[in-house]
Design a binder for this molecule. Sequence first.
Ligand SMILES: [Fe+2]
Length: 517
Amino acid sequence: MTMISRRNVLAGAATALLAAPAILRAQQLFTAFPFRLGVASGDPGPDGFVLWTRLCPDPLDDHGGMPTAPVDVDWMVFDDPGMKRVVQKGVATAWPELGHSVHVEISGLDPDRPYWYRFMVGREKTQLGRTRTTPLPGKQLDSLRFGVAGCQHYEDGLYTAYAHLAREDVAFIWHYGDYIYEDRARQVNYERDGSPRIHVRDHVGSECYTIGDYRRRYAQYKMDPDLQSAHLAAPWFVTFDDHEVVDNWTGGVSPFQKDPALFALRRAAAMQAYYEHMPLRRASMPAGGTMQLYRRALYGDLLDVHFLDTRQYRSPLPCTGSFEPVCPDVARPDRTVLGTGQEAWLAKALREKDNRWNLIAQQVMMMPLDRRIDDGPAELRNMDSWAGYDAARERMLAGLKGLGNVVVMTGDEHQNLAGELRRDAGRGEAVAVELVSTSMSSGGNGSDRRPGTDRLIARNPFLSFTNDQRGYMICDLSRDMWRGHFRVVDQVTAPGGTVSTRATATIERGRPRLSLS
Ligand SMILES: [Fe+2]
């Protein structure tokens, strides 16, 4: 095995270029800045977190501009933003098998405080990232602020909202999914009324199938400076939705590939690229085309977060899998969204009841919305949501009964929505509140409300709020009150979009009711 360690690179360069200035020695390895995809931290615990980067001097190249050999990368964790005191440092190897990504799992740090970090290779240094550990489980915590984002179609808009989110001073950011979109460049985009939309930028490459395709797509997205700024600002918890693999996939099934053996190849490539580009722990490394993504995070005695995976274990979409009337499969009790293992895991965690709040952080809407905005004769549901899985949804809601401290948060819709989760298909008792966060860019500028919203709200009395602008959510928690701020930007098709709070959802602990201001 030949490993290009830092010592080898510098010693080798020194032998070959004895009289050359130092700057040439670093350039022996990198013809361009190798940290062009930025840095990230994630999955924080009370004594550490994951630090991530990827060596990628030529991001759109097949191997990111790297030689297909392992390369050592130095990392440092600092006590202060002035980098006066190094609290830990080490060397991690960027392996070609993982696209020269690096995932360093740090432990042994103090709880509930910020840390700063950077990576170095040769003479090249990353920017300084800021992250933080979680409070010790069970420790009294009086307040917490976190951010929620996702659905960032690169062609639909700029990531201006990420630049705003980076300045929000949050303990963590949860990304609900659709970090990339797998489709080819559209060149022209259309609004809902069919008129051409202001086209912002193009995907590079065709639709993603191979590991090289997905790597290139992540590289393109991650070069965005606003996205990088949000990673620099706080640790992230990430969960994928469908577009990290392909639109509307569930379990071993793709709507676009009837042969499961062929879809398995694509899914494995997509999951590897996802792992390579996310600040995930080794426990989430894919094996055999599956990965462990559902997991839990505790913030003192204030918040218990259950990050769900609503893709890998789900039964196939019912009916034809689109927005359509209910067919018999929707009611089948053997159909699942979470799979039996994840359902049991969540039920057990919720029974522990030793935290003030529970957040169920998941992907597709749980409220069984009737989507009709006209006088059509039959109820229309989105089958790629819990509305296509009646038995699974009612099992979930039955498990929330009596808790009074559960907030479900969701992405996927490319709209802000808020409502109550009521049993019996929305006609029964409210057991929790659902806050659906809009998209970072998917859907373009949008408008305050989509046409037909009044009808939608009239048909779905459990739904109280909709908004069709781009942005993110900020949640401010106290021991008895949850405030979810819908932060929206006025436009994403040109730089300089300004942010404002469109509405705030307030939930009182012990009462699963939603009030809006
Ligand atoms: Fe999306």
